[in-house]
Design a protein around this ligand. Structure first.
Ligand code: ARG
Length: 460
């Protein structure tokens, strides 16, 4: 029959409906490598506490190694009858070692075990996610560098606002991603504490050594309070916040790529390998990667909401509700590790239509601010300069002209302060070069920004 880790006081097995409801092995099996690492560390601590002899420790570790190899090769798998990963692995150990396998559980509860396993899993996962984010940052940096000379209409309210370098816009997506990586590193500082040794909730009457176990598993030390050790899921919620915000950043980038790739914008073309066709419309080239990135963001926000809501009313210490913490994080990790490389590939292979961007940049009177600021430099108050430039714009609108198409005599008719010298700012290159404040879009500033980001990303 099934190996249960409990049952001594029970008259019979659980009802089928209960067994079906409570089983988690189909998703927590991912924790097997971490559970085995925790078991080896625990075995060494039991040995130091004289609860395992030298010979027993040796056999125990050999049994765990064998089990680990069998898990890796697939020779040992969990079955439906195993309640969770911890139960399945104890069965595997008993099958390999006989009664000795039953000694490992001393001083340990699934409550401290699962909290430890999940921290170990997530610390690994966070490093993988961070590496994948760096991959996307590098793709954006590569594109920015390749098309460093291309201007673009900078937008607010999705309307032409002021000219920018397209590279400046791309780099504006790198900074949030760099903060995401930094946030994951900060998260690790708080996740870096070991719950093992807390037992069910109160610590142990056996002479265990939570400090040694923590060091053995690569943690800075044990959690200072055994109740907190098994109750705390801050590391889950905070990881999910990192994932949700990263998801939002991917979504905003995805949305821009969708816009840029439309027939109306046509700023970029997607590579065939990173776009999809339609089953009925032969001409279609769809930005599915960007759309999936946008769509997944909702899922990540949902996972964060699910876990925070699950935790909010829970009394300390462990409650079974907390088993609901795992599927959200597993899904967040797995989806991020799918979407990030796809986004990186899509960005790295975008082709940018520099001519179309250059032609489109000054349209929509995007140089009107430059006219107003030129007037300010001539001594006009900004309030008046704004009015004059506005009159210039409406003059053009009434006649279907762009600002630079208005002859000198008409400039003077709009306002005498609009002398022919204003033409010096009625060019995209002039407008770009003029915005040379720190963080601005002047080409010299963007080149500096790119170099600084390259260094920062390489150090991530
Ligand atoms: N499978 C459980 C979880 O994921 C861990 C086991 C603790 N169960 C218990 N009844 N104390 O949280």
């Amino acid at each position: 029959g099934p190996t249960r880790l409990w049952g001594g006081r029970f008259a019979g097995g659980p009802a089928e409906a209960l067994a079906k409801l409570s089983v988690s092995v189909h998703f927590d099996w991912r924790l097997a490598p971490y559970d085995l690492a925790g078991s080896k560390a625990h075995a060494r601590v039991l040995h130091r506490a004289a609860l395992l002899s030298d010979e027993e420790l040796e056999r125990m570790l050999a049994g765990l190694e064998q089990l680990e190899a069998d898990v890796r090769s697939g020779a040992f798998t969990a079955t439906e009858a195993d309640e969770d990963v911890h139960t399945a692995l104890e069965r595997g150990l008993l099958e390999r070692l006989g009664p000795l396998g039953g000694k490992l559980r001393a001083g340990r509860s699934r409550n401290d075990q699962v909290a430890t396993d999940l921290r170990l899993y997530l610390r690994d996962a966070a490093r993988q996610v961070a590496a994948a984010v760096v991959g996307l940052e590098e793709a954006l940096l590569g594109l920015a560098e390749r098309d460093i000379d291309v201007p673009a209409p900078g937008m607010t309210h999705l309307q032409h606002a002021q000219p920018v370098l397209f590279a400046h816009q791309l780099l504006a997506h790198v900074h949030p991603l760099a903060r995401d990586v930094s946030r994951l590193r900060d998260w690790d500082v708080r996740a870096d504490w070991s719950p093992l040794g807390a037992g069910a909730l109160a610590g142990s009457s056996l002479p265990l050594d939570p400090d040694a176990v923590a060091k053995d598993l690569g943690f800075s030390g044990p959690v200072a309070n055994s109740i907190d050790a098994v109750s705390d899921r801050d590391f889950v919620a905070e990881f999910l916040f990192c994932a949700a915000l990263l998801g939002v950043h991917l979504s905003r980038l995805g949305e821009e790529v969708c816009l840029w790739a439309t027939s109306e914008f046509s700023w970029v073309r997607l590579d065939d390998a990173f776009s999809t066709g339609s089953s009925i419309m032969p001409q279609k080239k769809n930005p599915d990667i960007a759309e999936l990135a946008r769509g997944k963001a909702g899922r990540f926000v949902g996972h964060l909401t699910a876990v925070l809501t699950m935790l909010k009313g829970l009394p300390l210490a462990y409650d079974r509700d907390m088993q609901e913490d795992k599927e959200p994080v597993f899904d967040a990790v797995e989806q991020l590790l799918l979407v990030l490389p796809a986004m990186a590939g899509m960005v790295a292979t975008l082709s940018v239509d520099g001519e179309r961007l250059r032609a489109s940049t000054p349209t929509g009177h995007a140089l009107a601010t430059d006219v107003a600021e030129w007037l300010v430099r001539q001594g006009t108050a900004f309030r008046d300069a704004h009015e004059i430039s506005g009159a210039f714009v409406s003059w053009c609108d009434a006649r279907g002209l762009e600002l630079w198409e208005v002859p000198d005599e008409d400039l003077a008719r709009i306002d005498t302060r609009l002398t022919p010298e204003v033409r010096s700012v009625l060019s995209v290159d002039g407008a770009l070069a003029a915005r040379s404040t720190t963080g601005g879009t002047a080409p010299a500033r963007v080149v500096e920004q790119l170099a600084a980001l390259r260094t920062a990303v390489a150090e991530q």
